[in-house]
Design a protein around this ligand. Sequence first.
Ligand code: BGC
Length: 487
Amino acid sequence: MSGKKFPNGFLWGTAISAFQVEMGRGEPSDKTDWWAWVHDKGIHEEGITSGDTPRDGPGFWELYDEDFRLIKDDLKCQSVRMSIDWGRLFPESTEDIEVDVTLDAHGNVASVNIDETVIQALSDKAKRSSVKRYREILESAKERGLTVMLTLFHWQIPLWLHDPIAVHKDIDSTDKRGWLDNRTLVEFSKLVAFIAHEYGDIVDLYNTINEPRIISEHGYLSAHYEFPPGMYDAELFLKVMKNLAIAHGLAYEQVKKWDTQSYCDLGPCTVGLVPVLQVFTPYNADNPKDVEASKLIDYAFNEWGLNAVIHGDYDMNLDYVIQPEEQLPHLVKGCDFFGVNYYSRWHISHVDNGDVPLENFKLMPCEGDCTDYGWEVYPEGIREVVNWAYKRYRRPIYITENGIADKEGDQRNRYLKVHIEKLHQAIVDDGVPVLGYYHWTMMDNFEWSDGYKIRFGLYQVDIKTKKRSPTKTVKLYRAITSSNSPV
Ligand code: BGC
């Protein structure tokens, strides 16, 4: 034991997400863009998806109670971070339920007015068995004494709002273009109002959107087209970044309106955003082009979205200057905390792809201490990013994800230990108010386009029997959580 302690009340937890763990046993959730994406033959043949399907997942939808038992009694955690699948609650469109939408002078969704009648209509439309099952799941977590952190959007959009295959083939062929369109923001506001109204009594902390930047980058600015709809266009990337920042605000407003019951030390009904923060550094620090590219990526990927949510600054031409028309303070609704996902550092190299600066970069392959995913192990980064985010935006922080792709399980203990040590230094030596840590992830799961070959789990899962078996890290994490210290 190190003798060092985390602050009293520090929340230890583990994180999961609906699409990645729910399926595997009973009824699949087959009405979302991600489902369509990973099942599409053409997308697979393009080499984008692995061919694995969430149907072989851990089966949390049925086995949740045992998972909460492991989280509470085996890992000795106090909290779980989980998400809700939009397509399970609303497999059919909610667009016919009328609401008043206010657009600002630029055509942005400034507010969505939802009243009791709308909530009732949503309630009538929601799939009953899913509404009931989510209540059972959340109650089971609460009955075990776990604080529930709920993510409102961890990536699946219902197919009635996003047809990723059509967009991928020809963006003009469909009006179901997900986060590119205002209608998705309006429907998302309805979803959030419904969830806050329905489950407000059992949710303690809310995350609005998980990793807006990853949604935008992997979906609209990735040469590998990993995420739906697999586009490569800096303008679309920024448009989605913008809409996700606006969607955060709309969701914030709805939760505050409809959930007045839950609480944590931050006050009643606490709502935060979950950015992934990464360290970006020039590949060749002596090459001014690499330095410039790295600066731009850091700005566009880490800073841009937080400036939008916190200050209403939308630098649409990425010139580092906020013109009057880029200042949209009326879209700022609030953000009680940041849930920071931290994994890695990336080395950025300039490449010549044309006239658009944001398209002229490459994430260089990891060269040093690398995970199965080819991500660099850079523990100092967790300390750097929480310092940066807190000093700049003054929001308390939860680490909502941190973990390692390590199939053999021989790197995870070291990864966990050094990251926890660095986090402790950030809190105790630097004074950053980090209030909790959620390890990604509780069990091996469906790692999006990469399927099952990538393993982040503290427990391994047998695809056939669904049996959970502890990795070596369970013992270490338990020692950390139960002693409230970096061991
Ligand atoms: C996401 C998770 C994902 C993890 C590892 C994060 O970007 O929130 O859903 O599994 O990283 O890739």
